[in-house]
Design a protein around this ligand. Structure first.
Ligand SMILES: O=C(O)CCC(=O)C(=O)O
Ligand SMILES: [Fe+2]
Length: 533
């Protein structure tokens, strides 16, 4: 069986390399083979194959907001080489330069074990692609995209600068380390250029971090040697009147005297300082997470399956469950989602950005439905089993949403927010009509994250670091149905790594008898869960 499977896998890879379009339906039917046999060897062979397919097939959207799209871009190397050869024939003078740059970018990717998961390597890869683009024209890039190949845009580069600015600020990374190419002690092999530092400072200004922007500039910029950088800054801050343009005094005068948002402008947003503090704590702690209060095992409805779970908070309840999905199930979810991922959160577009509305979440999101495949419905049933809540998806008054998959990008994060809708919200989604509210969240980590990316609950001082195949479960409402403001939480920026999560939100209507109202309005849930052990 496994021999047949690996043969099919070879054909599949061959077809991909030869440029055949592979439909996700075909891959899904492969999963039927796995589901049908349930064989361990088949699972290993299959997951390796799925991994290759996953990286070779495409999603086309802003690259910076999904690390997986960057991996894919680099795996398209063969395609890019063909394109460069094509260019070399059409425009020999430029073609050879593009070929040289292309080989440079691939050696960047190959030489570092973390490659695009390191923000500074990503920046350099994106920049090299942009340099290549200057040797081409719009038609040429369109041709590339028509061939199904990705080509980074200027927005992707701005996104990478923005990510570095945010990472430094959130984690208080030493400026000199980042300028020297290192984050969290992981060296990229590159130093930032003066021009990079100005663009990062510019992004810090966009976020309202004026003092941070000045610290960036002061570190790298001693005089006005970088003419283009100076021009960039002049454009941004307005025409200087008198004095040495771009000198330290001029910069400080203009930044503090400009109409730009002042430091801390965004910090006043709900729980942001506490969120940042917990994100930093989650890095400094060498262990997986803040110590759980205690742990235990529960068996759900299937008596012979035992789940280890750790309690991080009893009121409101926050529990981490281990091994709730298998390796192949996480790979499968990522694969299926990669065809439906869209930019989630507000990407960086143009110069006049609305500072209050962009940057809440940087990542790609997509929905996968139970009726797409038995593996997906099986995961939903398991979530019901583990949580004792209902995940039935009904046409009217659904008990739970489909799985929402998210892949974070370079520095990808999710600011503090609540999953449940406010009690007085007027524009609730259609699904909510007759369903109540998002009572509970079950968030599965589909990947480990090398550094950063913790999930934090600022009101409760709880943080949890991603552990692949484990899930965090928490309640967003009181048992009376009111939204519980203590459930505010956020995803810390990913410093180095590729973070994937799958969310299942369970709605009140389905939980009426599973999580009944208590005797008082603020009755807690612990009794419901503790009684199961
Ligand atoms: O990424 C995380 O850790 C949190 C994600 C989250 O809160 C959400 O998707 O609603
Ligand atoms: Fe959330």
């Amino acid at each position: 069986m496994s021999c047949l499977l690996s043969h099919c896998c070879n054909i599949l890879i061959y077809q991909l390399v030869a440029g055949y379009k592979w439909s996700s339906r075909a891959v899904i039917s492969w999963c039927y083979i796995y589901t049908w046999t349930g064989d361990m060897e088949v699972e290993i062979g299959f997951s390796t194959c799925l991994m290759v397919v996953f990286l070779l097939t495409g999603v086309h959207s802003e690259l910076f907001s999904s690390i997986t799209s960057l991996h894919r871009l680099m795996k398209q190397g063969e395609g890019h080489v063909l394109v460069a050869h094509h260019l070399a024939e059409r425009r020999p003078e430029d073609g050879s330069t593009v070929l040289r740059l292309l080989s440079e970018v691939h050696s960047l990717y190959d030489k570092h074990p973390l490659s695009v998961e390191h923000p500074i390597i990503t920046l350099n890869i994106l920049k090299t692609f942009r340099v290549m683009a200057t040797f081409t024209d719009e038609h040429f890039i369109k041709d590339i995209r028509d061939k199904g190949l990705d080509w980074p845009t200027d927005e992707d580069v701005s996104g990478a600068y923005h990510a570095i600015a945010r990472l430094q600020k959130t984690y208080e990374l030493p400026f000199d380390d980042v300028i020297g190419g290192s984050v969290a002690g992981i060296q990229s092999g590159f130093s930032l250029l003066e021009e990079d530092v100005v663009r990062i400072a510019e992004q810090a200004l966009n976020m309202g971090y004026n003092a941070t922007a000045m610290s960036w500039l002061d570190r790298k910029w001693t005089d006005t040697t970088c003419a283009t950088c100076c021009q960039q800054l002049v454009n941004r801050l307005g025409t200087p009147s008198g004095g040495a343009v771009c000198s330290k005094e001029w910069r400080h005068g203009h930044i503090s005297g400009s109409g730009l948002p002042k430091s801390g402008h965004r910090d006043k947003q709900s729980r942001y300082p506490e969120y940042e503090e917990l994100c930093r704590k989650s890095l400094s702690n060498g262990h997986g997470s803040r110590k759980p209060l205690f742990c235990s095992y529960s068996s759900g409805r299937v008596p012979y399956v035992r789940y280890r779970h750790e309690f991080y908070s009893l009121d409101p309840l926050i529990v981490m469950f281990y091994d709730v999905v298998s390796e192949i199930e996480s790979l499968f979810l990522k694969y299926v989602a990669s065809h439906v991922l869209e930019s989630g959160g507000i990407a960086i577009k143009g110069e006049n950005r609305d500072i209050s509305s962009f940057d809440n979440r940087v990542g790609h999101v997509g929905w996968v439905y139970d009726d797409w495949h038995p593996i997906i419905s099986r995961i939903s049933r398991r979530i019901a089993d583990v949580t004792t809540l209902s995940t039935l998806s009904l046409a009217a008054a659904t008990h739970a949403e489909p799985l929402q998959i998210c892949n974070y990008g370079v520095g990808g994060h999710f600011r503090p927010h609540q999953d449940a809708f406010a009690d007085d919200v007027t524009n609730i989604p259609e699904m909510a009509i007759g369903s109540g509210n998002r009572d509970a969240t079950f968030m599965v980590y589909l990947s480990d994250v090398r550094v950063g990316g913790a999930t934090v609950f600022p009101d409760l001082e709880v943080y949890v670091r991603p552990v692949k195949m484990a899930a965090v479960f928490w309640l967003n409402t009181w048992r009376s149905g009111r939204r519980d403001s203590r459930s505010v939480h956020g995803g810390c920026p990913v410093l180095v790594g590729d973070k994937w999560i799958a969310n299942k939100w369970m709605w009140s209507i389905g939980q009426t008898f599973k999580r009944p109202c208590g005797l008082s309005e603020n009755d807690t849930d612990i009794s419901l869960y503790m009684s199961r052990d």
